[in-house]
Ligand binder design. Structure first.
Ligand SMILES: [Zn+2]
Length: 421
C-alpha cells in the first residue's frame, strides 16, 4: 500500500502551532486548535465525508459510511488536535533526513542539539528510512499530528479504494488531550461507535491496552495562628506539621524518579502553606486498584499518627478518584485487541502489547462504554526537542488502520461497548 499524501500532510500539520494552555479559561484552551479543527473538517469534506463538523468545543466528527450489506460494528478512529504545552511549539520547522545513514543526527548547529543513536537505539533499525526531526528549537508534534495524518491518509485510501470492505467509520479529533480534558465535553452518544482506537502511541508495532489507575490525595493541615511574641502554648504551625508528613513519604522507592515498568508511586506534586493552613496534593499511581488502596492506606496511617502527635491541629485527608486502568474494560472485550494485533501482523510487524505509565483519552472512553486501546503512530521522544519519527513507520501505522477496518468489516454487528462506568 502506498500513501502519497502522508508526508506532506504530516509536514503541513506540524507547522501549525496547536499547543494547549493549562492557564486558559476557555474550551478548547487555545483558539489555534479551533482553526486546525476547521481545516481538518474542510479536508474531510473534500475527501467526501459530507457530514464532517466541528462543534462549539472544537471536536471534529465525521463518518465514512460502510460499504457492507450487513452492518459490522461501528469503529471510531481517534486522535488529538493539541500538542504538549511543556515544550515550545511555536514555528515548528520539521527537518526531513532522507536515506538515513545510521549515525547521530545534528538538529541544530547554534547551540548544538544532537539526536544520538546511543540514546535512541530504535534509530539503528531505521537505516535507509526517511527520518523527520525537529530543528532542535521546538517539539515536533508527531504527538499527535502523526496520528491525525495517518487517520486522514487511511480514510483517503479507503475512499480511493471502494472495493476494500469497511465498516461505518467514525472519525473523532479531540482538543486539550494533553491537559487531560480531551473527553470532558464529549458524550458516548456523539461518538456513536461500538469500539474505538486512539492513534496516539509510539514505536511501530505497539498496542497499548493498559494505563495507570490514578487518584489524587489532598491533605489539609489546619493549625492555629497567634502573635509570635505571645504564642507560647497557643500556636500550632501547619507548615511544620505538613513537613513532618512529607518527611514520612518514601524516597528511595515508590517515587516517579525511582520507578519504571509496572511499579506505581506516591508523588507529592504541589504544596502550599501558612501557619494557619498547609495543603499537600499527592498523585497516586499504580496499574492495580489494590496498589492504589495500599498506597492510600499508608498515607492515611501517616496522617493518623500525625494527628496523634498534634491533637490541637485538624488534619483532613481526602481521596479524589481520577481514572482507572482501561485493561479492566478491555479484558472483557478481547477481540478489540486481537483484531488490532492481526492487522499489525498483516503489515509484517510483530504486535507488542505495552502499558502506558500515564492515562489516555482511551482510558476514559473505555470506562464511558467505548473500549478504546491505543495504536502506535511510529513517533519517539514525545514532548521533547528530540522528538522524531520515520516515514516508513507512519506508512505502517496507516496500513494498520486500513487493514483493521477490513477485519472489522468481516464481523457482524453485536453490542460491544455498553460497559457500566
Ligand atoms: Zn498524545
Amino acid at each position: 500500500m502506498e500513501f502519497p499524501g502522508l508526508l506532506d500532510r504530516f509536514l503541513t500539520y506540524v507547522r501549525i502551532d496547536t499547543r494547549s494552555d493549562e492557564d486558559s479559561g476557555t474550551f478548547p484552551s487555545t483558539m489555534t486548535q479551533l482553526d486546525f479543527a476547521q481545516r481538518l473538517k474542510q479536508e474531510l469534506s473534500g475527501i467526501g465525508l459530507s457530514d464532517a463538523t466541528v462543534n462549539e468545543h472544537g471536536y471534529v466528527f465525521a463518518t465514512l459510511k460502510s460499504n457492507q450489506k450487513e452492518q459490522p460494528p461501528v469503529v471510531a478512529l481517534i486522535a488529538h488536535l493539541d500538542t504538549s504545552p511543556d515544550v515550545s511549539g511555536d514555528g515548528v520547522n520539521p527537518l526531513v533526513h532522507r536515506d538515513y545513514d545510521g549515525g547521530d543526527i545534528l538538529l541544530s548547529q547554534d547551540t548544538p542539539v544532537i539526536l544520538r543513536v546511543e540514546e535512541n537505539p530504535d534509530l539503528k533499525e531505521k537505516i535507509g528510512n526517511t527520518i523527520i526531526t525537529t530543528d532542535g528549537t521546538t517539539l515536533l508534534g508527531a504527538d499527535d499530528k502523526a496520528g491525525i495524518a495517518e487517520i486522514m491518509s487511511a480514510i483517503r485510501y479507503l475512499t480511493d479504494h471502494p472495493e476494500i470492505p469497511r465498516p461505518h467509520i467514525r472519525i473523532l479529533f479531540t482538543p486539550d488531550e494533553e491537559l487531560g480534558h480531551g473527553t470532558e465535553k464529549l458524550t458516548i452518544d456523539e461518538i456513536a461507535a461500538d469500539v474505538g482506537y486512539t492513534v496516539d502511541g509510539e514505536a511501530a508495532g505497539e498496542i497499548e491496552d493498559e494505563t495507570f489507575c490514578a487518584d489524587m490525595v489532598n491533605i489539609r493541615v489546619c493549625g492555629i495562628n497567634a502573635h509570635p511574641g505571645k504564642a507560647k502554648g497557643k500556636m500550632v504551625n501547619a507548615i511544620k506539621i505538613a513537613s513532618e508528613i512529607l518527611e514520612r513519604f518514601p524516597k528511595d522507592s515508590l517515587s516517579p524518579e525511582t520507578t519504571e515498568g509496572q511499579e506505581g508511586y506516591i508523588h507529592p506534586h504541589f504544596m502550599s502553606g501558612t501557619v494557619e493552613e498547609a495543603n499537600i496534593t499527592v498523585l497516586i499511581r499504580d496499574f492495580k486498584e489494590e496498589g492504589l488502596e495500599d498506597k492510600e492506606a499508608f498515607l492515611l496511617s501517616v496522617v493518623v499518627e500525625t494527628r496523634g502527635r498534634h491533637p490541637k491541629a485538624t488534619i483532613f485527608f481526602d481521596i479524589e478518584k481520577s481514572y482507572r486502568n482501561m485493561k479492566v474494560v478491555l479484558d472483557k472485550h478481547p477481540e478489540v485487541i486481537e483484531v488490532a494485533e492481526e492487522a499489525i501482523r498483516h503489515t509484517g510487524l510483530i504486535p507488542e502489547r505495552s502499558s502506558l505509565r500515564g492515562g489516555t483519552d482511551g482510558a476514559r472512553l473505555s470506562f464511558m462504554g467505548l473500549p478504546t486501546p491505543n495504536l502506535f503512530t511510529g513517533g519517539h521522544n514525545f514532548h521533547s526537542r528530540h522528538e522524531w519519527i520515520a516515514l516508513e513507520d507512519m506508512e505502517k501505522a496507516t496500513e494498520v488502520i486500513v487493514r483493521l477496518m477490513g477485519l472489522w468489516a468481516e464481523k457482524r454487528s453485536q453490542k460491544i461497548g455498553g460497559v457500566e462506568p
